[in-house]
Design a protein around this ligand. Structure first.
Ligand code: PMP
Ligand code: GLN
Length: 410
């Protein structure tokens, strides 16, 4: 029989699915795939349930329900001083995943170059390549993940159509600062390029770190497609409601991509997300404060056990260097062993690098292979139990922790 789409048939199943399945198989605490283990706010869930029962279950408008589009515009003004026209400059999508696909589809013609920053979220490269785009990768280095300005400038050229910028960044927990953003903005202007801004963790920043949308910088309003996700802002990752804010000419083409991907997004969820976006500032402050405390708890605990933890300024994630534990093997082997032997699951950091590059067996060419990404968007008791398991595992010389020593977690 004829072969199927080569890029897809050759691609592995996403690491998040692989590791979550392994966690279930071994009864491990899942600090891998990034999803909270608590329900989102009860009033938002109630609004969705009510909306299911009020006879508005047919197709909503292509670009989203007016009440959600207006709420997205209000949030842009409230948090960032951005004036966005709810009618022509907002497109509601089925998650940020679809927003990314639709935005890149709107921008890329085959042969266009797209600048991507490693480590990167796992859909970016496959989507750019499926669209016939040419990825130009620039790598940030731990522990500081500073923007390598010369390399970034060298990645831009006459064929550059766009940069895909993720801040706060998954998996590095980096939040790009004003200077770095200004440098990126200058490159975009110099090369007449666009930016797809994946800002799904926009409200999840810690300490002094503040999220600044690239779109707020001078000259960037017309060049940026800004993407948010209700999944992350309201701890409801299964809902898959995303929202794009973009200048009208760009939003119109994003909408045309959306019409061919999903066409619309469930109306009841859209209406509930509109309720969520209008929640007062204290909701957003508490969301970030709660996560920051969990990040601190996990960081301190991991350090005590012997990991060396990279500081996280935002997102659900931190990176932990496991070389101090004396494990002989790479991050993929470590994460598998940890799941099985310690009953705790993380994601190997090397999954966030291009694996198709020259010499890329597992970790991609020269990518770090000694970090685990742990998600801390979990109940405190679960994080504490995970730390207890890890401590037992290290004390046992990285050997299996007997089942009897693995306490049950709710
Ligand atoms: N971008 C990043 C950086 C993410 O971590 C995720 C993970 N959920 C997404 C996009 C996708 O978001 P959604 O669930 O809204 O599709
Ligand atoms: N964004 C989540 C993460 O990085 C996972 C989403 C998914 O499984 N596709 O863990």
């Amino acid at each position: 029989m004829k072969s199927l789409n080569r890029q897809l048939s050759d691609a592995p199943t996403t690491i998040f699915t692989v590791m979550s399945a392994l966690a279930v198989k071994h009864g491990a605490i899942n600090l891998g795939q990034g999803f909270p283990d608590t329900e989102g706010p009860a009033d938002i869930v109630r609004a969705a349930a009510d909306a299911l029962l009020d006879n508005r279950n047919q197709y909503p408008p292509l670009t989203g329900l007016p009440e959600l589009k207006q709420a997205v515009a209000r949030a842009n003004r409230r948090f960032y001083g951005l004036e966005i026209d709810p009618v022509t400059e907002v497109v509601v999508t089925s998650g940020a995943t679809e927003a990314l696909m639709a935005s890149l589809t709107a921008l890329i013609d085959p042969g266009d170059e797209v600048v991507l920053i490693e480590p990167l979220y796992d859909t970016y490269l496959p989507v750019v390549r499926m669209l016939g785009g040419v990825a130009k990768l620039v790598r940030l280095q731990p522990p500081e993940w500073r923007l390598p300005r010369e390399e970034l400038a060298a990645a831009f050229g006459p064929r550059t159509k766009a940069i895909l910028l993720n801040s706060p960044m998954n998996p590095a927990g980096k939040v790009f600062d004003a200077d770095e953003l200004a440098f990126i903005a200058s490159l975009l202007q110099q090369h007449d390029a666009y930016a797809v801004c994946d800002e799904v963790y926009e409200h999840l920043t810690f300490g002094a770190a503040r999220h600044i949308p690239l779109m707020t910088l001078p000259g960037m309003r017309e060049r940026c497609i800004r993407i948010g996700s209700a999944g992350k802002s309201f701890s409801l990752t299964g809902w898959k409601v995303g929202y794009v804010s973009a200048p009208a000419p760009l939003a119109a083409v994003v909408a045309k991509a959306h019409q061919n991907i999903t066409f619309t997004t469930p109306p009841n969820l859209q209406r509930a997300v509109a309720v969520g976006l209008d929640r007062d500032d204290s909701y957003y402050t508490e969301l970030a404060g709660d996560l920051e405390a969990k990040c601190r708890l996990l960081t301190t605990g991991l350090e005590e056990i012997g990991f060396s933890v990279l500081p996280s300024q935002g997102s659900y994630f931190l990176g932990a260097d496991f070389r101090g534990l004396g494990f002989a093997g790479d991050d993929v082997a470590f994460c598998r062993h940890l799941t099985q032997a310690a009953g705790v699951t993380g994601i190997p950091f090397s999954a966030f690098y291009d694996r198709s590059g020259p010499g890329a067996a597992g970790a991609g060419s020269g990518a770090p292979d000694h970090y685990v990404r742990f998600a801390f968007c979990k109940k405190q008791s679960v994080l504490e139990e995970a730390l207890a398991r890890l401590r037992g595992f290290v004390e046992a010389g990285l050997a299996d922790v007997p089942e009897t020593r693995l306490a049950a977690v709710d």
